[in-house]
Design a protein around this ligand. Structure first.
Ligand code: HEC
Length: 130
């Protein structure tokens, strides 16, 4: 009986360690300077040429609100798969990434040292409501 209690105890302990590690990996948010200034600047050109005709910045604020707590990578994938609506997937990976940087900057999120990179950790960055 004692042993069973001990085993259950250790399993619970291991589980809580595992959970806290996972939580840490997800801890980063779009508030933590996850794109660079120059990505946002390049993104503005893409945005003006490819996105502005159909959406305004108000639209992106509502979008980010509805994506609250979701990994930023999912939004990137969604935009890449469906936008521009008249020619989905027509931009380069980098252009999709930069346009997200620009949208985040316009919504008041800070630029930082690290480049936003869909191949490197973007699934661990959570969107927060602007
Ligand atoms: C030809 C018009 C058009 C263009 C150009 C366009 N979009 Fe869209 N976009 C739409 C439509 C239509 C929808 C879906 C209906 C809606 O949510 O208003 C949409 C939806 C979206 C969404 C919401 C997705 C979601 O799952 O919540 C995002 C984000 C988005 N567009 C980003 C972009 C970006 C970034 C660009 C430029 C690369 C772009 N759009 C260019 C028409 C367009």
């Amino acid at each position: 009986m004692r042993i069973a209690v001990k085993i259950v105890g250790s399993v619970v302990l291991l589980l809580s360690i595992a959970l806290s590690v996972t939580a840490q990996a997800q801890d980063k948010t779009v508030n933590d300077g996850v794109f660079t200034e120059s990505q946002a600047t390049s993104g503005q050109m893409v945005y003006d040429a490819q996105c502005k005709t159909c959406h305004n910045m108000r639209f992106y604020r509502d979008t980010l609100r509805s994506w609250n707590n979701q990994p930023l990578l999912y939004l990137w994938e969604s935009i890449m798969g469906t936008m521009p609506a008249d020619n989905p997937g027509s931009l380069m990976f980098e252009e999709y990434t930069n346009v997200i940087a620009y949208i985040l900057q316009e919504q008041g999120f800070p630029a930082g040292e690290a480049e936003l990179d869909p191949d490197n950790g973007m699934e661990t960055i959570s969107i927060v409501s602007p």
